[in-house]
Design a binder for this molecule. Sequence first.
Ligand code: EPZ
Length: 429
Amino acid sequence: MDRIAISGGARLHGEIPISGAKNSAIKLMAASLLTDEPVRLTNMPRLADTRFLGMLLRRLGVEVVERDGPDGPETVLHAPEVTSAFAPYDLVRQMRASFNVLGPLIARTGHAKVSLPGGCTIGARPVDLHLDALRALGAHIDLHEGYVYAQAPRGLTGAEIEFPFVSVGATEHAMLAAVLAHGVTVLKNAACEPEIGDLANCLNAMGARIEGVDTATLTITGVARLKGVTHSVIPDRIETGTYAVAAAMAGGEVRLTRTRSDFIQTLLDKIEEAGADVAHTNDGVIIKRNGARLRAVDVETDPFPGFATDLQAQFMALMTMADGESVIRETVFENRFMHVPELARLGADIAVSGREARVRGVERLEGAPVMATDLRASVSLVIAGLAARGETTVNRVYHLDRGFERLEEKLSACGAQIRRIKGDGDDEE
Ligand code: EPZ
């Protein structure tokens, strides 16, 4: 397995172009199941997760072509016919969001058999809200031997659905199913993450009728068919936030381009409060820190526009060297502190109690071999490694490859001493 090696201490100077959002791209790809016309997605990130989903969609009968378009990487997905409504365990297990093909499959073909995704290193992550929403839309659902068997031979029917708490995946899933239902669906207490707005805007461009985009109440009037579309994937706010934190950690001046600073306003406020400079530009943001040690600040994760859980590990890495004690509360997932023992290997002083971590800033971190359990945890170790003395080696790089496009290339272009070490397959544990 590949590893990433970082020699810490270099300040970062330069520009990092941000890629298309992974968590938007994979839902937009699933939307291609809803039409027999081509869906062309531009500003596509090239990631392990988009490849996994491409593999699954091909199995279902979607033609998936990745190519370089005039504005960079694009993917054209075309499903003239859905030839299979079966998503096997092996493919869903590799990427949980594959489960979101269930709704579109029912909407398009009237039936589906899709593996349950199972647990995950950041929490149990059940899919009960997804299934409740599909049932409310009239799907008949049975669970056997790890699979969801769904039937709606006469199509889905609009319904009013109030989510008991905010779920990104369940909101998207209900929307993907409701666009082709008979009648009107109202989704209340819907998630407002920018990726949901992106999916809604794409579906509307395909002929769907979704009102209330970017609010907590979505009203969806079902239509009989959707058409093809060309749609540009929004910039990845988690990649943007990750490099913003990396710049604040390493020091220097980094301009993040091809992105939107308003998607990460809550993080930028915290970075400023900690003492780094933040300047908004028309296509992103500049992060600058010269010399002075950062101050400890507290954060609590929340659904958008709150502090993103997907930036919690990165911010914790930043706080490991801040002056004072920072309290970090995770409210979205129940087990999202798996990076703590690895940050401790680098010399961080962190005490976890339930959903709260107390980070006491230390003067310095020291490089060490570390290993990560999930995507955002891995990148927090890279961030810590940028400021640690000596060499940090991050194992299990496949986690990073799921969600960060050309990470080592983007960081080394700004002066980071970071390189990928190709492995032979059994040297990671
Ligand atoms: C999405 O996951 C993202 N994944 C996650 O990013 C992100 O951390 C999360 O939203 C929160 O922002 C994708 O978009 C592919 P949820 P999702 O449903 O949709 C509980 C990354 O690193 N819940 O909003 O799965 C759930 O267990 C990933 O890119 C139920 O109990 O998140 C969690 O505690 C990691 N039942 C909370 O709700 C359900 O049916 C919020 O989860 C659904 C969710």
